[in-house]
Design a protein around this ligand. Structure first.
Ligand SMILES: Nc1nc2c(c(=O)[nH]1)N[C@H]1C(S)=C(S)[C@@H](COP(=O)(O)OP(=O)(O)OC[C@H]3O[C@@H](n4cnc5c(=O)[nH]c(N)nc54)[C@H](O)[C@@H]3O)O[C@H]1N2
Ligand SMILES: Nc1nc2c(c(=O)[nH]1)N[C@H]1C(S)=C(S)[C@@H](COP(=O)(O)OP(=O)(O)OC[C@H]3O[C@@H](n4cnc5c(=O)[nH]c(N)nc54)[C@H](O)[C@@H]3O)O[C@H]1N2
Ligand SMILES: [Mo]
Length: 674
């Protein structure tokens, strides 16, 4: 018997990017375990990934190319050879380009795999060489990333998560790390062990809120008001760090004036928190030596989230929390890695001429031809994403995907609900079957992923599929032929030889993020004016008038990774079925009991699901943990039926919090899929 351990990395969309070791016995993966030497992963994988081999050998894995035989949406597909499938794709894409030009073709991908090779290299080169529309990948972090960039310049790295144990106050602000960023949590516990306090700011009593020392549950979408109320107290009581503001910030006086407009009573009225609670939080935040704020993507799901995040991000500047190890803030750590984008994606391959960029949250509009002057998309190349489920405004996305005159090719591992609409499906490998290299949006390690086994069936890495597609489309450039080991080499040319040696030896290596003490945080940023926004953080007054509807939040499930893993029986069983959590008071008012089938409806659509009455949710709010597939809901349509396509104030990110009316279901039983 042969037994071999192969080092790799979890590929999924999560800040932790765990280093793992796969065990292969006689050519079969028998398990994966966390790499115990990795400082952050520390030998532990989450409940979702502990049995990654279940994905590799999943009974539903797509292992051959497939071609559609029935109506779109019906998942009627037959097996095909690679040459037949590639010819279909060539014909489909060529027809779309001939009919309306390359702008009518959209590559649609997100972070199904976070690997640089399988998600940010040959795929992009193919799209650039073909001259098709660009995708603005906004769906997750764009609003927060913009808020960060407009507050902290280059040279101001996010706090290193490995130092967070040294903080005296750690704030999980719209971040449910016990479920979503598991390997950050031990640093919070370390801070507590040293006498520090864990605070959670979340409208929902999540696992993280329950484990925190203090839980503040503001109304959703009111973080800006909360932060401005805190800043009011901090400035009024002279708790600001004047020297730090003078040397490391611009616009402190403007912010002081703005904060002056937000006495805690006003912040209390908007947030629904007690004025005393806000003032106490502000004083303790300022007194902590130091305080640290983790802002999760979950806090960004609101119309004014960009400004709100700017207000929150101002806090550790005003109090000088950045001075001490462990203090500061963290939205993501992507900026700490060398930027290899141009070398990997080769935008220089683009033909000249006017470009088209489609914001991915406008997929529904783009398919209908209403997002810009270029008309409807005629072809989609989907990979590393499941837009049928994850994109806002499901009704419009599904109607678009169902268009008979649209050509859709999907590269996938699993028969997702996007695959159900594909003309051609191309089988993709899993992380144990391909080479890759990953950076992280949580910590500062680059991790190498070596293939543990050969590709199963006829599955191929995305890189290989795009090389084949390039050849099929007659694209000649040598950059479109670079094999995976050469792509890895190209990526690593951004690092020094010592780093590469460490990476080769250990499977992971940490980047040095150097702070430039000469750069200043922009508490006032005049660049905001061009975006139609106040240069100084501001917040809307509120609360919204009470029309009886609830704000529906769709945070992350503990057991799924976005819509990935929902078809894994073990995890599906643990997560049970979609529910909407609603407070006791709202349930009583609406005549709903625990376990009832209810509906949530608004102008975008309606979903049916089971009510869970719980005071973990504050009044006026409803929580549907995501991203179940549409088929998991009694009405055959899931949570994004309620969301719209409007973007938040910054970065083009989605507004995933939607108002909807909850009532007993008039449907109750299962109806066919839309
Ligand atoms: N188990 C698991 N882990 C994951 C994922 C997953 O699907 N499952 N997905 C990964 C991905 S892609 C991402 S982006 C991250 C997301 O990581 P997080 O941001 O931690 O996850 P969310 O659950 O989306 O949101 C966190 C919290 O924000 C709260 N929230 C909503 N609105 C507001 C608000 O207005 N203010 C405040 N203060 N809080 C608010 C929600 O109630 C929720 O508890 O997780 C990653 N990790
Ligand atoms: N209502 C609501 N909607 C949301 C969110 C929410 O909180 N609420 N969260 C948003 C967020 S934060 C995010 S990040 C997005 C996530 O949206 P997506 O990025 O679409 O994520 P997944 O749903 O996990 O789908 C990823 C797909 O990639 C496939 N995949 C994985 N690895 C590979 C590979 O190597 N090759 C190929 N070809 N395919 C692969 C998986 O099988 C899976 O089907 O959803 C967004 N949508
Ligand atoms: Mo995300």
């Amino acid at each position: 018997m042969s037994r071999l351990d192969v080092r790799g990395a979890c590929p999924h969309d999560c800040p932790d990017t765990c280093a793992w070791i796969a065990t292969v016995e006689d050519g079969v993966v028998t398990g994966v375990r966390g790499d115990g030497d990795h400082p952050v992963t520390a030998g532990h994988l989450c409940v979702k990934m502990q049995r990654y081999e279940e994905r590799v050998y999943h009974p539903e894995r797509i292992l051959t190319p497939l071609i559609r035989t029935g109506p779109k949406g019906s998942m009627s597909l037959r097996e095909a050879t690679w040459s037949e499938a590639l010819e279909r794709v060539r014909a489909g894409l060529s027809r779309a380009i001939e009919r309306r030009g390359p702008h009518a073709v959209l590559p649609f991908s997100y972070m199904g795999t976070q690997g640089v090779l399988q998600g940010q290299s040959m795929d992009r080169r193919f799209a650039h060489a073909l001259g098709v529309a660009d995708l603005d990948r906004t769906i997750c972090l764009a609003t927060g990333a913009w808020a960060w960039a407009l507050t902290y310049p280059n040279g101001w790295p996010a706090t290193d998560v490995e130092t967070v144990g040294e903080a005296e106050m750690v704030v999980a602000w719209g971040a449910n790390m016990v479920s979503t960023h598991l390997h950050l949590w031990p640093y919070l516990l370390e801070a507590r062990k040293r006498g520090g306090t864990i605070v959670c700011v979340d409208p929902v009593r999540t696992k993280t809120a329950r484990a925190a020392d203090v839980h503040l549950a503001p109304r959703p979408g009111t973080d800006g008001a909360l932060a401005l109320g805190m800043l009011n107290v901090i400035f009024a009581e002279g708790l600001e760090d004047r020297e730090f503001l003078e040397t490391r910030a611009v616009g402190a006086d403007d912010l002081r004036v703005r904060a002056g407009e937000w006495p805690v009573e006003r912040a209390a009225r908007v947030t629904g928190l007690d004025a005393d609670v806000i003032a106490d939080f502000a004083r303790r935040f300022a007194a902590a030596r130091p305080a640290f704020v983790k802002l999760g993507p979950g806090a960004q799901r609101h119309a004014h989230a960009g400004q709100a995040l700017r207000a929150v991000l101002a806090l550790p500047v005003v109090t000088g929390a950045w001075r001490l190890p462990g203090g500061g803030a963290h939205v993501h750590s992507a900026g700490e890695f060398p930027d290899r984008g141009a070398a990997m994606a080769r935008p220089d391959l683009k033909p000249s001429g006017a470009g088209r960029t489609v914001n991915m949250i406008h997929l529904g509009r783009a398919l209908a031809g209403t997002c810009d002057e270029h008309g409807p998309l005629d072809a989609l190349v989907v990979y590393n994403a499941n837009p049928a489920v994850v994109c806002p405004d499901s009704a419009s996305v599904l109607a678009g995907l169902a268009r008979d005159d649209l050509f859709t090719v999907v590269l996938e591992q699993m028969p997702t609900e996007t695959v159900a609409y594909a003309d051609v499906v191309l089988p993709a490998t899993t992380q144990l079957e391909h080479l890759d290299v990953l950076w992280s949006w949580g910590h500062r390690y680059v991790t190498l992923n070596r293939p543990a086994i050969a590709p199963r069936g006829e599955a191929r890495p995305n890189t290989e599929i795009f090389r084949m597609l390039a050849a099929a489309m007659g694209l000649e450039h040598e950059a479109l032929r670079e094999p995976d080991d050469a792509l890895l080499d190209t990526y690593l040319q951004g690092f020094d030889p010592a780093f590469r040696a460490r990476l080769d030896a250990q499977g992971w290596a940490k980047v040095d993020a150097v702070t430039d003490a000469g750069v200043k945080a922009t508490l006032r940023n005049d660049g905001m004016t061009a975006l139609g926004l106040d240069p100084v953080p501001d917040a809307p007054d509120g609360p919204d008038p009470d029309d009886g509807s609830l704000v529906v939040l769709t945070p992350k499930s503990h057991h799924f990774l976005n819509s990935t893993l929902v078809n894994h029986e073990r995890l599906h069983r643990m997560a049970k079925h979609p529910v909407v959590a609603v407070s006791t008071a709202d349930a009583a008012r609406l005549g709903v009991a625990d376990g009832d089938v209810v509906q949530l409806a608004n102008g975008n659509g309606r979903i049916d699901l089971v009510a869970a009455v719980s005071d973990d949710v504050r009044g006026g709010t409803a929580v549907v943990l995501g991203n179940w597939w549409h088929r998991d809901f009694p009405g055959g349509i899931g949570a994004n039926a309620l969301t719209g396509q409007d973007a938040a104030d910054l970065g083009g990110g989605p507004v995933l919090a939607a108002r909807a009316v909850l009532s007993p279901s008039t449907r109750g039983s299962r109806s066919p899929r839309p």
